[in-house]
Design a protein around this ligand. Structure first.
Ligand code: SAM
Length: 309
């Protein structure tokens, strides 16, 4: 399925793009947002990052049609500062993070992100390296699996599911998404199974977060990104579940209360010399129209931070 960019106008407006500015799209995907950024750049420059090689290849073809004022980097976004240092860039005018997986990843039956296809349990955004969901499911202890499902999936039946995984893998390894879905379904009461939403959604979310170390990368990156903003520079983040949104909210709140020397470690609260502000007091969510056009936008939340000086 084609990726439909979420909160596209809201996030592009949120970046407040200057035609000669430097912008980072840390989650390139299929360049839906990058395309709009690049169109607005005249003397400016765009750096796009993605862990997924397909995203880099396909986005390059899309962006080549607009201009050559961009570079794409196949890397975890948490290393964005290394790329900036290599290019002698100290500050940027805007940074975008549109978190999670793209539709082409989710809908690709061989990637293992979706409980709707029977496929190997993989879930790596960069499928050239790193631990897979299969390795986690077949090697983590009962305690670790149960904590994982509870903490990253907010899954009520975390312990029961973990226990049934352990029992099943003593008979034979769990290899596929559908084998895991079966175990999850068997671990739930009829009452739980009748509830809205797929019964495997929370466990799949938890595994995906663990496989890609998503929350740690996000925390690390937000703290760095905030420090790289130029005066009037904007950090725009779209999150898709409460664990992500909590991290974004916390990272923004940490600095809007704080004094403004950029070399400070943000440890001196001050009410009158603020360096950063929230552009919108309330979180931005998709319009009724966007929700109708793209149901996948349902849980999206947009937050925007601006460096004042
Ligand atoms: C929701 S999609 C972005 C869609 C994009 N904004 C568009 O409109 O086409 C998220 C993308 O971020 C990438 N991604 C997720 N975590 C990443 C990380 N830590 N480093 C680099 N890319 C990451 C995924 O591979 C995926 O392609």
């Amino acid at each position: 399925m084609k990726h439909i960019s979420v909160l596209l106008n809201e996030s592009i407006n949120g970046l407040n793009i200057k035609s000669n500015g430097i912008y980072l799209d840390l989650t390139l995907g299929r360049a839906g947002h990058s395309k709009e950024i690049l169109k607005k750049l005249d003397k400016g420059y765009l750096y796009g990052f993605d862990l997924d090689n397909d995203a880099i290849k396909e986005s390059k073809a899309v962006l080549d049609k607009i201009s050559n004022r961009f570079s794409l980097i196949h890397s975890n976004y948490k290393y964005f500062d290394e790329v900036l240092k290599e290019n002698h860039i100290n500050n940027v005018d805007g940074i975008l993070l549109d978190l999670g997986v793209s539709s082409p990843q989710f809908d690709n039956p061989i990637r293992g992100f979706s409980y709707n296809f029977d496929s190997p349990l993989d879930m790596r955004m960069d499928n050239s390296k790193g631990i897979t969901a299969k390795e986690i499911v077949n090697t983590y202890s009962l305690k670790d699996l149960s904590n994982l499902f509870r903490n990253y999936g907010e899954e009520k039946d975390a312990y029961k599911i973990a226990l049934n995984i352990i029992k099943q893998r003593e008979i034979k390894p769990i290899n596929t998404t559908f084998e895991l879905v079966d175990i999850i379904k068997k671990s739930k009461s009829n009452y739980e199974l009748k509830k809205k939403g797929h019964p495997a959604k929370q466990v799949f979310q938890a595994l995906r977060i663990e496989v890609n170390n998503e929350l740690n990368s996000l925390k690390e990156t937000l703290d760095k990104a905030i420090k790289y903003l130029s005066p009037k520079g904007r950090l725009v983040v779209i999150s898709f579940h409460s664990l992500e949104d909590r991290i974004v909210k916390q990272a923004f709140n940490n600095v809007i209360k704080v004094i403004g020397n950029r070399n400070d470690d943000y440890s001196l609260p001050s009410k009158n010399n603020l360096s950063y502000k929230l552009v919108n007091k309330d979180v931005i969510t998709p319009s009724e129209k966007e929700l109708n056009d793209n149901p996948r936008s349902k849980s999206a939340k947009l937050r925007i931070l601006e460096r004042i000086k």
